[in-house]
Design a protein around this ligand. Structure first.
Ligand code: FRU
Length: 496
């Protein structure tokens, strides 16, 4: 049996055996097994397609396949058969991350073939770029021309063992691809290649380099134009902590600038973290038929213990909500796509509620909900809310006016969650600089059983994290050190 059929059979036969305890209800997850990066996010034949790094056989990373889902509205997703398996000599140890693009009605996937012939000798790893094509968006054929970009196409000083995650796009009449690479000095760089037909590629140049200033190896690049700006998205490994920024082992950043395609020169001026939570990595974007630039990411982080694996629940990992990107005053804003609103149910609303010390609001609770609120801080210096709460557990978020920061604390979330991050002060806490607008704080919070995504000040800052409360921990409590006013609050169940 082929590796692809074996994976498909395994999923079909075993998917009902997983433990549902922490499963999310309105996010993409695999039916069984491990997932990491989103791949091949695209709009094809009037549907959204999303692929992901996938190992069906375990809730830990293993030889990568590509899992596959599709959707008409980015919220309700349908599982499709596994799309790629590591079954060729050039991808024998994994079909690593990549992207998708349509050409002449066909869907092209471009991905990294990973081979690791001797695990004792990492220097023998090879990573090269391949194409698989489909006429129906479900069955993919790896082309004969593979690898379409090989080790011989690397520029001088680029390491052949770290060359991955092609993100393909069209500019004018040509196709381009940005690929992550590592220089001999072990710092990341982004290579640019050009093609007329997606099969025959010419090296253009180095689009950007870390020079060991912005982390080590760079992973998962994405490059696109948004509001007259050339945006480069990257996931730098081992980016050094800088106060409240870059607190995770690996980070995801956006870079803003102007790119000159003629001379392959990227002049950039802004580098910022995309998401300030614990669990966000390897984001990828796509543009849809409405012209929206939409981003999603893996809602996890390397180097963490994962309760669903430890408890043998047979699955691990989820994808964030799809977020529409906008540039506002030189910053990248993110808000969940509008379609999310179609799944709001059982609205509970409050207006002009005064909170002092602690209060709860009847009907405001739940584990699969959206909460939207605007708070007038008055003279309070610390105010916020506890969610997913019972006698033992709670996940806490608050605004600290003295520090000018929004704080997320999952120390009592329900499970010990330990990452590779060493500093004591950030083991369970993340902070992000937020400015009140007319002394007001606006929040949209999406809770989905074991995940929390917080969109602060209309999406100016976002925090995404996993949490593992008991199924009974669903209360919400507001608190403040002096009077505040909840100007308006809406709570909806999210029902698919
Ligand atoms: C990022 C990453 C990619 C690679 C993939 C392997 O999370 O390390 O660079 O292609 O995961 O699964």
């Amino acid at each position: 049996m082929s590796k692809l059929s074996k994976a498909r059979d395994y999923v079909a036969q075993n998917k009902d055996k997983i433990n549902q305890e922490y499963r999310l209800s309105y996010h993409v997850m695999a039916e069984i097994g491990w997932i990491n990066d989103p791949n091949g996010f695209c709009y094809y034949n009037r549907e959204y397609h999303l692929f992901y790094q996938y190992y069906p056989y375990n809730s830990q990373w293993g030889p990568m396949h590509w899992g596959h889902v599709k959707s008409k509205d980015l919220v309700k997703w349908e599982h499709l058969p596994v799309a790629l398996a590591p079954d060729m000599y050039y991808d024998a140890d994994g079909c690593f991350s990549g992207s998708a693009i349509e050409k002449d009605g066909k869907l092209y996937l471009m991905y990294t073939g990973h081979t690791n012939p001797d695990p004792e000798k990492p220097e023998n790893i090879r990573q090269i770029q391949n194409i698989a094509v489909s006429e129906d968006g479900i069955e993919f054929t790896k082309v004969k021309a593979n690898p379409v970009i090989g080790t011989k196409d690397l520029p001088e000083h680029a390491l052949p063992q770290d060359f991955r995650d092609p993100k393909v796009f069209k500019h004018g009449e040509d196709f381009y691809v940005v690929v992550a690479s590592c220089n001999e000095d072990r710092s990341g760089q982004i290579l640019l290649y050009k093609s007329k037909d997606l099969l025959d590629w010419t090296y253009v140049g180095i689009l950007a380099r870390s020079e060991n200033k912005l982390g080590k190896m760079w992973e998962c690049p994405d490059f696109f134009r948004l509001d007259n700006t050339d945006v480069l998205i990257l996931s730098p490994m081992a980016l050094k902590r800088d106060g409240d920024r870059y607190c995770n082992t690996n980070s995801s950043v956006y870079i803003l600038g102007d790119f000159d395609f003629e001379n392959c020169k990227y002049n950039y001026h802004t580098v910022e973290e995309i998401d300030a939570g614990f669990d966000f990595y390897a984001p990828q974007t796509m543009i849809d038929d409405k012209g929206r630039r939409i981003l999603i990411a893996w809602m996890q982080m390397w180097g963490r213990n994962m309760p669903t694996h430890e408890k043998n629940h047979q699955w691990a990992g989820a994808i964030t909500l799809p977020r529409e990107l906008k540039l506002v005053s030189g910053k990248l804003y993110q808000l969940p796509v509008e379609e999310m609103k179609n799944y709001r149910a059982n609205q509970v609303s409050y207006k002009h509620i005064t909170v002092k010390n602690q209060s709860t609001l009847a009907g405001v609770e739940g584990q699969n909900i959206e909460l939207e609120l605007e708070i007038d801080a008055l003279d309070a210096s610390k105010f916020g809310l506890k969610i997913l709460k019972d006698e033992e557990n709670e996940t806490v978020m608050y605004y600290d006016k003295t520090e000018g920061k929004f704080v997320f604390d999952r120390s009592k979330n329900g499970e010990a969650l330990l990452g590779a991050e060493q500093d004591e002060d950030i083991k369970y806490i993340r902070k992000v600089a937020v400015t009140l607008l007319n002394n007001k704080l606006k929040l949209r919070i999406f809770i989905d059983r074991s995940s929390v995504e917080i969109f602060i000040q209309d999406g100016e800052k976002v925090m995404s994290s996993t949490v593992y409360p008991k199924s009974t921990a669903k209360n919400i409590e507001f608190f403040s050190d002096s009077e505040i006013i909840i100007i308006e609050l809406n709570k909806w169940d999210i029902k698919l």
